[in-house]
Design a protein around this ligand. Sequence first.
Ligand code: TXA
Ligand code: MG
Length: 314
Amino acid sequence: MDQSNISKEQIGDAAGIIKQGGLVIFPTETVYGLGADATNDDAVAKIFAAKERPSFNPLISHFANIAAVQEHVVWSDQVEMLANMFWPGPLTLVLSRKSESTISLLACAGLETVAVRVPAHPIAQAFLAATGAPIAAPSANRSGEISPTTAEHATASLKTGFDVVLDGGPCQVGLESTVLDLSDGGVTLLRPGAVTRERIENFVGQIALHSEEDENLAVRAPGMTLRHYAPATALRLNAAVAEDGEILLGFGGDAPAGSANLSPTGDMREAAANLFALLHELDSAGADRIAVMTIPNQGLGVAINDRLHRAAAG
Ligand code: TXA
Ligand code: MG
């Protein structure tokens, strides 16, 4: 793997950009990632804006080593075994999030779980070590396009929205990581990937696919098989005001002062960054219903509305 073209200074600069809330395209052994500080809601919102993702699929948080992962997720002997066997490497584990974890709720799409991985690529390793924070990163392509295995693919697909590129040449694996869910006591394959099912089954015995009715569902549409965050409190969308028993989730300058507001200035990126944290907060307020003001259905508003509709239906 050729990393001679990346200097320590470039790694340091990229780490600095992450700490300031910027976005960095970086190589991993699987595909190029579009990275942001996983603990910064606003930086994570920039990822969704840059990818033009129509919904907030949860993102994988990348860590420099196992000890750093353990600060954020619930650990077990089985997780320990898989981590020792496959990390650093192209295996992603979906685990229960520790209550004290500082990972952005937007990065987890509001779920109680976090997808975690320790990548093996030497540039990714150096970048994570220099950053000293977990990095949330989906593949560095515009939504709906194929995952990039060179820096040129990534920049040609995204065009704008990122601050710097670490060009490490072509990715060796070229296929995304395998995603395995261990958050509910079982072992479920959510996305087939670079580590084969057979290799994992050598260690944990037979693993379940996400849907028994349709074994290929996870292959065809990983996003469709996901659980989605829905508050326990009912939601009423396109509300102008809160009625009796309701608590208002406002948007923009028309919301009454003092109500929870996704973005008082109507900024979509700010609204995306606040969405899950505010839903969690209002869910525990004890109201009969959460009344959500209208969010314009453009740009990141499409993803915000996608999640609000799912939450209202659930
Ligand atoms: O190889 C890879 O995994 C690359 C490199 C950059 O690490 N990343 C990548 O990210 O492919 P992305 O966002 O394209 O795919 C992440 C997958 C999605 O299928 C997502 O639904 C799933 O992981 N995922 C993330 N967090 C999850 C969670 N908490 N529960 C269930 N699935 C999750
Ligand atoms: Mg992707």
